[in-house]
Ligand binder design. Structure first.
Ligand SMILES: C[S@@+](CC[C@H](N)C(=O)[O-])C[C@H]1O[C@@H](n2cnc3c(N)ncnc32)[C@H](O)[C@@H]1O
Length: 216
């Protein structure tokens, strides 16, 4: 069992309660909107967790579309499967490694709050882009320290948040946040290299960054 599985396995229920809060839902809706999904398409969510994005995704690809959620942690996938509005026709979950996704063809890929968990994000983003192929869309939503001047005190809270919500928290608070941000930056840079028609926007007062694009 990996650190990720041990951590998210232990906290799956609590994670789901936080992940399902209404204000988080508005961020999720925006991330899904950025993919410009159409009915009948196939969307793969990498690191889908407890499936909180799935109702938004299913609404966009219905009728006839497919939502496939992939997550490493069985307890997270179990939470998703047992939610009445996150399961059913056209929705599938696989317990698997999003770094090597067990799928070769999709119209779009979504990864929310996941990119910072990969020690080596560039090849992972490459595989996601290869999964959708030219013309396919990929979107990454992640927390970050805000650059707004008034945000300095809250950035300390961000560092604590990253430490609490990251598996294998052996580094100091600031180093953990720095490592997390380096990974997110690397994932975004690779997505930027691989895509056209990109759009970057911040949400939640700058504490969230959403990058989406179409694979070249
Ligand atoms: C912070 S949660 C985000 C969950 C979901 N995307 C959301 O927005 O609520 C991170 C999730 O990524 C999953 N995860 C981490 N590394 C993974 C990997 N290599 N493959 C698949 N899932 C992974 C964890 O199990 C966890 O469910």
């Amino acid at each position: 069992m990996t650190d990720v599985q041990a951590f998210y396995g232990r906290w799956a229920r609590l994670y789901d309660a936080v992940a399902s809060l209404p204000f988080v839902g508005s961020w999720r809706a925006r991330a899904v909107e950025s993919l410009a999904l159409s009915p009948g398409e196939t969307i793969v969510e990498m690191g889908c967790g407890t499936g909180a994005n799935v109702p938004h995704l299913r609404e966009r690809v219905s009728p006839g579309g497919t939502v496939l959620g992939i997550d490493l942690t069985r307890e997270m996938v179990d939470q998703a499967r047992h939610h009445p509005d996150r399961a059913g026709d056209g929705v599938h979950y696989v317990q698997g490694d999003a770094a090597r996704p067990p799928v070769t063809d999709a119209d779009a890929v979504l990864a929310t709050f996941v990119a910072g968990l990969f020690p080596d994000p560039e090849p992972v983003v490459d595989r996601w882009c290869d999964t959708v192929g030219p013309g396919g869309r990929v979107a990454l939503l992640n927390f970050q320290r805000s650059e707004a001047a008034a945000a300095a005190p809250l950035n300390v809270a961000f560092e604590g948040f990253v430490r609490l919500s990251s598996p294998g928290s052996r580094l100091a608070r600031d180093s953990q946040a720095t490592a997390f941000e380096r990974r997110v930056r690397a994932a975004r840079e690779r997505l930027a290299e691989r895509t056209v028609d990109r759009r970057y926007e911040t949400l939640a007062g700058g504490y969230l960054g959403l990058l989406s694009g179409r694979v070249a």
